[in-house]
Design a protein around this ligand. Structure first.
Ligand SMILES: Nc1ncnc2c1ncn2[C@@H]1O[C@H](COP(=O)(O)OP(=O)(O)OP(=O)(O)O)[C@@H](O)[C@H]1O
Ligand SMILES: [Mg+2]
Length: 375
């Protein structure tokens, strides 16, 4: 077991005008499950491949424990990698596939057999050891690929979208298996996915990348509760956080017919940048539906209902709750919004709702820089 450190690690592909990964700085703890997540092309695989030794590092360094591995060949790094296409050898049995790396390393036969059987037991593959990969399901093949990594007892596991070949249902069950297996083995793991739900459910911590730049590295809880900027705010969470640009008024922001209180610090930070608006983020579950004049916020006009009028376009009923997809006029703009409502209180399509963001649950971002202003 070991820590993994990216110390300003940079990769510039030959002929590229900007780095694919730009001064990446992350330090994992020993035994931690770290997930790298971000949209396609943001540099996730490149980061992992630098750690694996499959990609040159053009600046900065990478350490495993206190060993500088920046320029070590992959075989000397004590890592095991699980790829998206598990690339099992089709002519070999499951047992031979799992033990292959040990055989190459010159480990004796009985030792290999013992390790393979142990791994097979952990992965629930014992009864398939003599089969060929083509006689296995997708999920079983994926577990063989995991087994191949486990038998090597590496210091670090690297996984690049290992579940993307599986169907949706199997993905969900396998992600739980991988996460619990990792916790049991306690081997430091760096896991790449473009799926934010997978990232949030599996990781001890999650690192969000965009255009080769690290946006935030945090626990799933903090990532959700305190996104560092507009990009992370919009990327993490499903349905996504509502983000609306609203004018700053005395003591808060104008949200339809209500003033929503915002901390003085956030407002003055915006004013310091010369901004007259801020971008407010409200998660779908953080709107209160209000009756005429109700809600805990100040109403601007006595004659109009409090909050923001949302006309209901689509209602998605999920049983326990429902999502209202609607539109509203905010800050002089037409805006699509998503509001979560109780499963028994779903409004009719075409009706109008009045919503107020729950105080204390709004996120304030600088409109000009995108950075978080509220704490
Ligand atoms: N071998 C290569 N040569 C040149 N450019 C590359 C190479 N591999 C990747 N890139 C570029 O580097 C950037 C990052 O690619 P990378 O494969 O790391 O993205 P990713 O986050 O893994 O994306 P995905 O989710 O699609 O797998 C992209 O702009 C990509 O086009
Ligand atoms: Mg990739």
């Amino acid at each position: 077991m070991a820590t993994v450190t990216f110390d300003k690690a940079t990769r510039i592909y030959p002929g590229a005008d900007k780095p694919a990964v730009d001064q990446l700085e992350i330090e994992t703890e020993d035994g931690e499950f770290l997930v790298l997540v971000g949209p396609s092309g943001c540099g996730k695989s490149t980061s992992l491949r630098m750690l694996a030794g499959l990609e040159d590092v053009n600046g900065g360094s990478i350490r495993i424990g206190n060993r500088d591995v920046t320029h070590l060949p992959p075989k000397d790094r004590d890592i095991a990698m699980v790829f998206q296409n598990y690339a099992l050898y089709p002519h070999m049995t499951v047992a031979d596939n799992m033990g292959f790396a040990l055989k190459i390393a010159g480990v004796n036969k009985s030792e290999i057999r013992k390790k393979v059987e142990e791994a097979a037991k952990i992965l629930d593959l014992s009864e398939y050891l003599d089969r060929k990969p083509k006689a296995l399901s997708g999920g079983q093949r994926q577990r063989v690929a995991m087994g191949r990594a486990i038998v090597r007892e590496p210091q670090v596991f690297l996984m690049d979208e290992p579940l993307s070949n599986l169907d949706a249902k199997l993905r969900v069950s396998t992600r739980t298996q991988i996460a619990s297996l990792q916790r049991r083995l306690g081997i430091t793991t760096v896991y790449v996915t473009h799926d934010q739900v997978e990232a949030m459910t599996m990781g001890d911590r999650v690192a969000v990348l965009k255009d080769g730049l690290l946006q935030q590295v945090d626990s799933p809880r903090n990532m959700y509760d305190r996104p560092a900027n507009l990009f992370v705010a919009g990327f993490i969470g499903s349905p996504a956080m509502n983000l609306v640009e609203v004018p700053i008024t005395d003591g808060g922001v104008k949200f339809g017919n209500s003033v929503v209180p915002v901390s003085r610090e956030a407002l003055s930070a915006a004013a310091d940048k010369g901004d007259t608006t801020v971008t407010v983020g409200v998660r779908p579950e953080h709107f209160d539906v209000v009756e005429h004049g109700a809600g805990d916020t100040k109403t601007l006009s006595k004659d109009a209902p409090a909050g923001l009028a949302v006309s209901v376009n689509v209602v998605e009923e999920l049983g326990a709750d429902g999502y209202v997809y609607g539109s509203a006029q905010v800050g002089g703009q037409h805006k699509d919004l998503v509001v979560r409502v109780g499963g028994r209180d779903v409004p009719a399509k075409g009706s109008e709702l009045h919503v107020v963001p729950r105080s204390g649950e709004i996120h304030v971002f600088s409109t000009s820089t995108g950075e978080r202003l509220s704490d």
